[in-house]
Design a protein around this ligand. Structure first.
Ligand code: SF4
Length: 622
């Protein structure tokens, strides 16, 4: 097999307990590279359109990238690809830690799981052996308890992905947890696992990974990449990232007025400095941690040193959690963010969606749309974190109002009505993450066009947009969004964490050099960009086949009609005209039909996706 790849796809049918192994063909691998790209094609080819995401037919795909497990920076990513129960569209959701490399060492690039087990089970994969293990004793346990028990049974060194009670109860934003503190957070992959009666996947591998030209790889890493990390123009940024981790982002978003505050009503939080990266470092961070093969240990190990939660420790919180369970719910107490993080991690709830949903309910409560009685006796004012904690359990167990909130903010707004849909902050049913898009037209466009719903992982325009472009205008944003999106597609397909690459300035040329050394292919920047284009149109085609059109590429009402009331971005919003104009230009850059948002037949042909074009023709999508 080509260097970097394990060379095999493992297919597991939970209904029949049959497994199959098929070779990963080199031509197929090169066309889609790995990770997001490869899994997207497998999903497109094997998932019947319009199936219920929580039915046995849905596929749950764990995919590694070509670099996952290799000695390259941040080469540790696994992506879960499936049809999202939250949006009904394509979902890719990522985690670091150590699971991905272990899948590779067990001999697989991709694990495809379908069907539904008759009773709760977990899968134990050890190289060529695949066992279906009873999980009756694990059902009802939280993520941390489940991981601990599986490790006791299968050995401490085994790597696992598990769900908590939220996944079991099919909460639409249930996550999958690995290495205790890493989550496949967004879009409800945990609910898909729950619907399959699959409590966990445990993997141990002892196979070696072939690198085509180890000497060339070593020399490039030592000569070029190490310099970028330690002495290049971004070396100070790297140091800051290591020292403060992602919570440092809060100082940027606060400064330019895009820190979501009290359910995205405002873009600045008056007490942000109590919960930003500096406060974290000073008050609770006790150690730096890293994922597999990463020289940018941005993960912070935190311990609460006083008060009611004294002794509570975990890895995190990350910026997104910090903002969504801090400023977005009006909470300025660090220890309460950590506690909220712990509850979500244990229950298996995505902290971003949880913070968004709770912020939404708090606004409903303060505006009188919901009464105390509607909220099961909870006083859900902004900042009431005790009530928020109770709500998290209600959501995970689908109790009382939690049963509505477990469906996400789009559904909850339809239920509560009374104008609440105007401030239900989502795209395609996925809750906004921690960037207020009214102050960032590039983020607004990225949210609108992202195939998995409102997403911060398709690009991070915060610094470049504030430095290069005039605030409140849309000029240049479509090209910026496309460039960032394509960059992330490359990173998410090769199987690396995007943070060290973007922080240190590892560019496409570096990636082409590293990939060439690992695979033995002569990979060029042009080829990488073509793969990125191909994958973007392929995923778009998947969503089109599911019924998505231009009308779905939109934003929350508040973003498009309510100017930001204060802060540096005061007065800004994304009008319909602005969004329309950005979409027109973006579709043109992609070769998609401006009226419908469907990839043009000639675009699909040009990208080598003739089979995808035929499939869309068959379903009358053009
Ligand atoms: S940069 Fe942080 S999240 Fe990314 S691989 Fe390194 S330690 Fe993990």
């Amino acid at each position: 097999m080509v260097g970097g790849y394990a060379g095999e796809i493992l297919w597991i049918d939970l209904s029949t307990e049959k497994i199959e192994k098929t070779p990963l063909e080199a031509e197929f691998a090169r066309k889609f590279i790995g990770g997001r790209g490869l899994a997207a094609k497998i999903l497109f080819d094997n998932l019947p359109p319009k199936i219920n995401p929580l039915s046995p037919e849905n596929l749950l795909i764990f995919a590694t990238g070509v670099l996952t497990g290799c000695p390259a920076p941040g080469a540790n990513r696994t992506v879960i690809v499936t049809k999202s129960p939250q949006t009904g569209f394509f979902l890719d959701t990522y985690a670091g830690g150590h699971l991905g490399p272990e899948i590779k060492f067990a001999g697989y690039d991709v694990i495809v799981i379908k069907g539904r087990a008759k009773k709760p089970i977990y899968i134990q994969i050890e190289n060529d052996s695949v066992l279906f293990k009873d999980a009756a004793h694990l059902w009802g346990k939280d993520c941390w308890e489940t991981e601990t028990i599986i490790k006791k049974e299968a050995g401490e060194d085994i790597k696992v992905a598990v769900i908590g009670q939220a996944g079991e109860n099919l909460v639409k934003y249930a996550c999958v947890s690995t290495d205790y503190f890493h989550q496949f957070g967004r879009g409800g992959a945990g609910a898909v696992m729950g619907s399959k009666n699959l409590k966990g996947v445990a993997v141990r591998g002892s196979k070696s990974l072939h690198i085509a030209d180890p000497e060339r790889l070593k020399n490039y890493l030592l000569d070029k990449i190490e310099w970028k990390f330690t002495r290049g123009p971004n070396a100070e940024l790297v140091k800051d990232r290591i020292k403060y981790g992602t919570p440092l982002t809060m100082d940027f978003t606060q400064a330019i007025g895009i820190l979501p505050t009290r359910n995205f009503q405002f873009g600045q939080f008056e007490e942000y400095d109590k919960i930003d990266g500096y406060a974290f470092r000073e008050k609770i961070v006790v150690a730096d941690k890293s994922c597999y093969s990463c020289n940018t240990p941005c993960v912070k190990f935190s311990v609460i040193k006083e008060g009611a939660y004294k002794g509570l420790s975990l890895e995190g919180p990350e910026y997104e959690t910090n903002a969504m369970l801090g400023s977005n719910v009006g909470n300025s107490k660090l220890e309460l963010i950590v506690k909220a993080n712990e509850i979500c991690d244990r229950l298996g709830l995505d902290t971003i969606s949880a913070g968004n949903v709770i912020g939404f309910v708090m606004e409903c409560y303060e505006k009188g749309i919901l009464t105390k009685k509607d909220c099961d006796g909870l006083e859900l004012n902004f900042g009431n974190m005790d009530a928020a904690f109770t709500l998290m359990y209600k959501i995970a167990y689908r109790e009382g109002i939690g049963d509505i909130l477990a469906e996400g903010v789009r559904y909850a707004a339809q239920k509560f009505n009374k104008g609440s849909e105007k401030f239900a902050m989502h795209v395609k049913g996925m809750e906004y993450p921690a960037y207020e898009p009214r102050g960032s037209p590039a983020f607004a466009l990225l949210y609108a066009i992202a195939d998995r719903g409102a997403c911060h992982r398709r690009g991070w325009p915060v610094i470049i947009e504030s430095k290069k472009y005039k605030p409140g205008t849309i000029e240049g944003r479509p090209q910026l969004a496309k460039d960032l999106y394509d960059n992330r597609t490359i990173l998410h397909s090769i199987g690396v964490c995007d943070m060290p690459y973007n922080v240190a300035g590892i560019d496409h040329n570096d990636i082409a050099q590293i990939l060439s050394a690992v695979t033995g292919w002569n990979i060029t920047v042009e080829e990488l960009l073509t793969v990125a284009e191909r994958v973007a149109s392929l995923i778009r085609a998947f969503n089109v086949r599911e019924g998505a059109r231009r009308v779905d590429d939109t934003l929350a009402w508040r973003t498009m009609h309510e100017p930001l009331p204060s802060g540096p971005a005061k007065g800004q919003f994304i009008s319909e005209e602005m969004l329309d104009s950005m979409l027109d230009e973006y579709y043109q850059l992609r070769g998609w039909d401006k009226k419908t948002g469907v990839p043009l037949p000639e675009t699909l042909n040009k990208l080598g996706l003739e089979d995808v074009r035929k499939e869309l023709e068959k379903h009358g999508c053009f």
